[in-house]
Design a protein around this ligand. Sequence first.
Ligand SMILES: [Mg+2]
Length: 222
Amino acid sequence: MSKTIIWDLDNTLYYETDEYKNKLNEATATAAIKEFKIPLEFKEATEKVKESYATYRDGLEIFAREYGIPHKELYKSYHNYKSELVKTIAPYEGLLEELQSLKCPQYVFSTSSKDICEKILKHISLYDFFKDKFYSVEDFDVYKKNESSDVYKRLCETIGISPKDCIFIDDSYSNLDYAKQCGMTTIRIYYGNNSAKDKTFIDSAYKGIYECLEGLKKDYNC
Ligand SMILES: [Mg+2]
């Protein structure tokens, strides 16, 4: 039986440049300062976001822990600012055709909010392809993919597929850890060096989307 592919969206089906990542960090900082009045200068708050990613693999967590800002509220506010950045994403050349050429059914599962997923998919011309087949953590009333394997189980129940029949593809290895815990096959897309070589919960790693697409066909018969 052919596997079902579940794609991460951000930095997987499009590439996040360093400039874009900085803008995302700034969006979080702006939300924390403007909407939640944290007593930090803009630069300090932006550094906090980076610290949060490094420590918790999540840019918002530190604001919940140190300033008591409800994660869900900051998540929503951050996405309002992120919305403005979608137009700056450069879509991959020919990606739709590449995805269409795979034999496996495909879904998207993202940490981004449902609205932003839709906006990004439209912007990168994949909305029609993934219509009714993209999910946000919001759909499961959580705001992270790297906290528990439960959300992966619930995703599988929703789409009616057993985790062992899924290939989950993400750039973030902390997400892959939980996908593996629920029984999925895991693939990491990396860009610079393969910094997660030692992680036993990653079944395959490919450099960039095009190598990944080739690997899916060659190594996974997709
Ligand atoms: Mg990602």
